[in-house]
Design a binder for this molecule. Structure first.
Ligand code: AMP
Ligand code: GLY
Length: 422
């Protein structure tokens, strides 16, 4: 069988790597892929991003199944288009992807269906937005309504920051259409976790739990990033917490989408904030897998991913039970100098160790230029280590990290630290 993975990040490398392990898979195409997917003999990059051209490629190559990584093609309707042409694809329709592509849609949906989330209001008028900020006080959170590549959220600790964020989004149009409306919401304190499930429209299959590290520097200091590392499982999600999140958040979301006439198919990612008393609330939905959460999660998945995907697109996910490596996986992101604002590109990358049962390195912002591997994006690599405890997994990951070099390489040295406190 031939499979297509759409995207170019570490998430897509991990998905393609896992799919390629299936005995029934002959080739995994990655569109457009990266330096790592270019180097792997079982994977093949294709340089197509236009959705109609992709569909035509899938038809001409007789690709059996397409898995979509990032939110942009999903919000652009790749699933609608592929389905209309009779092609098997795993992901949400454009309509269902609104859970991520419109914060206002997601918040109104959660309110309507009684799903716990921060109190909020939506604004397109600058004056009313400023007045609401003043009425609520700081800390307060300002979010661009649309997709903003992870940059559309400002957690304002002071009123000044909050007013500035309102002006940037609504008055200065920093995010274009994506910021023409903003959601202003209550600041939630607590510990975050990533709760990701697969859904076929009706049946829900939870993946292993994980936790991201959004801040650039150790101990969660510095600016927000796309994610500097992740580990799985996340001990904060105890079996009792897992059951509660399913009951209060995931099940009502899938049922609510069904009821609203927009059945959800694909990966559903609930970003959770769990307060000190142990109450989970939904910070956001993503309609895709997390990056870098996917990397440690795929490193732990033992079940054949192709079989799972087939059930997912055929509406029979209830027939699947996932088997996980009992070890912990810690994934450390190696980022380029200047990340997240203005990453430096074009530096030569050396020393990536060969895959072992204890460690695997997934590529993200890398390119294969005339046989040389160079940096080509902000998050360059994600180095995953596996071990019987978080500490042992960290040791594996950082031993591999120590072998890798590129100019200006920056990474956190504490991935997994919150897990060590539980
Ligand atoms: P989002 O894209 O909505 O997940 O926001 C990005 C990050 O901003 C989250 O991972 C949180 O760290 C933070 N954040 C978002 N909403 C809130 C909130 N209501 N209270 C506190 N932090 C938040
Ligand atoms: N790791 C956070 C995200 O994928 O949105």
């Amino acid at each position: 069988m031939k499979i297509l993975v759409v995207g170019s990040g570490g998430r897509e490398h991990a998905l393609a790597w896992k799919l390629a392990q299936s005995e029934r898979v002959q080739m995994v195409y990655v569109a457009p892929g990266n330096g790592g997917t270019a180097l792997d003999a079982r994977l093949k990059n294709i340089n197509i991003t236009d959705l109609h051209e992709l569909a035509a490629f899938v038809e001409s190559e007789h690709i059996a199944l397409t898995v979509v990584g990032p939110e942009t093609p999903l919000a652009g309707g790749i699933v609608n288009l592929f389905r209309a042409r009779g092609l098997k694809v795993f992901g949400p329709t454009r309509e269902a992807a609104q859970l991520e592509s419109s914060k206002d849609f997601a918040k109104a949906f959660m309110q309507r269906h009684g799903i716990p989330t921060a109190e909020y209001q939506t604004f397109s008028d600058v004056k009313l937005a400023h007045a609401y900020v003043d009425a609520k006080g700081a800390p307060i959170v300002i979010k661009a309504d649309g997709l903003a590549a992870g940059k559309g959220v400002v957690v304002a600790l002071t009123l000044e920051e909050a007013h500035q964020a309102v002006d940037h989004m609504l008055a200065d149009n920093r995010f274009g259409d994506a910021g023409a409306r903003i959601v202003i919401e209550e600041f939630l304190a607590g510990e975050e976790a990533s709760f990701i499930v697969m859904c076929d429209g009706k049946n829900i299959l939870p993946l292993a739990t994980s936790q991201d590290h959004k801040r650039l520097q150790d101990a969660d200091q510095g600016p927000n990033t796309g994610g500097m590392g992740a580990y799985s499982p996340a001990p904060i999600v105890t079996p009792a917490m897992h059951a509660r999140v399913m009951r209060e958040i995931i099940n009502p979301t899938i049922a609510g989408m069904h009821k609203d006439g927009i059945p959800f198919t694909g990966f559903l990612y609930a970003g959770l904030m769990i307060d000190a008393a142990g109450n989970p609330k939904t910070l956001e939905f993503n309609c895709r897998m997390g990056d870098p959460e996917t990397q440690p999660i795929m490193a732990r998945l033992k079940t054949d991913l192709l079989t799972v995907m087939e059930h997912a697109v055929n509406g029979t996910l209830d027939a699947v039970e996932l088997e996980w490596d009992r070890r912990t996986a810690v994934g450390v992101v190696l980022a380029a100098a200047g990340y997240p604002d203005s990453p430096v590109k074009g530096d030569i990358i050396d020393g990536i160790p060969a895959e072992t049962p204890e460690s695997v390195t997934f590529h993200a912002g890398t390119a294969d230029v005339e046989g040389k591997l160079v940096t080509s994006g902000g998050r360059v690599l994600c180095v995953v280590g596996l071990g019987d405890s978080i500490k042992m997994a960290q040791k594996q990951a950082y031993e591999s990290v120590d072998k890798i070099h590129f100019d200006g390489m920056q990474y956190r040295s504490d991935i997994g630290w919150r897990g060590l406190k539980h």
